[in-house]
Design a protein around this ligand. Structure first.
Ligand code: FES
Length: 278
């Protein structure tokens, strides 16, 4: 499939992606090690969905919609931290570490404070290969990313001024499938995860589509130190921002390899499905 410049530069394509597959697929949130202690939380906007992950007092993980039940404003306003409860900064509705409604100031208190409708919506959540994944839909079993990686060595966060698809294309172009078949040391999981192994080290590259022109790359390192991959992450940023300029100027992405062709085929299916239903 030949992608069009507007697929990389407009909110329309991003909204179609949000409706068709970000709303239904398993999406990565973070490494489990990023929310390791009770009370640790991490918020993100993934494919247009505002969510946060939190570890409760018993050690269980939850991914919740970041939308207050009072007036739908974000409950969590910082990227990450540690707390005992969540207090919405707008009017003071408070939730526990599982997203259950606790209390509200009398002037804005709900009529029935025991209603389960007051709890923050909990999303389907799983941990696979050291990563927290979630879904807004009812997907198939969570992705199989292989056996457990080594000890968690940290995460690098890189902000990239590009469309998320440019980031995926770059990761896939770096790993063309050889004639003898796919490498067991590189796994891509549609739509946002690439995992590669280098000896005892496993590097998981997580693409976070923040807006149609802003993307985060989270580089999770297992069995090694995250700092060792800082230069590589900087190179990815540099290349992706150059590629974004190329796409905006009309230079199409080429299906150079089976993984890229599969990525573009899935996108074409999603756009076709969206145009039928809207
Ligand atoms: S929007 Fe959260 S308390 Fe009002």
């Amino acid at each position: 499939m030949i992608m069009k410049p507007e697929d990389y530069t407009t909110g329309d394509a991003f909204q179609a992606e949000k409706r068709t597959f970000f709303a239904t697929e398993w999406l990565p949130l973070c490494a489990e090690g990023q929310i390791a202690r009770p009370g640790d939380f991490l918020s993100a906007s993934v494919g247009g969905w505002s969510v946060f992950g939190v570890r409760d007092g018993a050690g269980a993980l939850h991914v919740l919609r970041n939308a207050c039940r009072h007036q739908n404003m974000p409950v969590v306003g910082t990227p990450s931290g540690n707390c005992e409860s969540f207090r919405c900064r707008f009017h003071g509705w408070t939730y526990d570490l599982q997203g259950r409604f606790l209390s509200a100031p009398p002037p804005v208190a709900p009529a029935d404070p025991k209603s389960p409708d007051l709890h923050l919506p909990a999303l389907t959540t799983a941990v696979v290969s050291g990563l927290v994944v979630f879904s807004l839909g009812t997907p198939a079993p969570p992705p199989d990313l292989g056996g457990p990686p080594g000890a968690y060595g940290g995460t690098l966060t890189t902000e990239i001024a590009c469309n998320w698809k440019v980031g995926v294309e770059h990761l896939l172009a770096e790993h063309p499938i050889a004639e003898e078949g796919p490498s067991p040391d590189f796994v891509w999981h549609w739509p946002l995860l690439a995992l590669r192994r280098a000896g005892a080290v496993t590097i998981v590259e997580q693409i976070v589509p923040h807006t149609f022109l802003r993307t985060k790359l989270l580089t999770h390192v297992f069995g090694g130190a995250a700092d060792d991959y800082r230069q590589a992450a900087g190179t990815i940023k540099h290349v992706c921002e150059r590629l974004q300029a190329d796409r905006a100027a009309g230079t199409p992405a080429v299906d150079d390899g089976a993984l890229l062709a599969d990525f573009h085929r899935r996108l074409a299916q999603a756009y076709a499905q969206d145009s039928k239903s809207t």
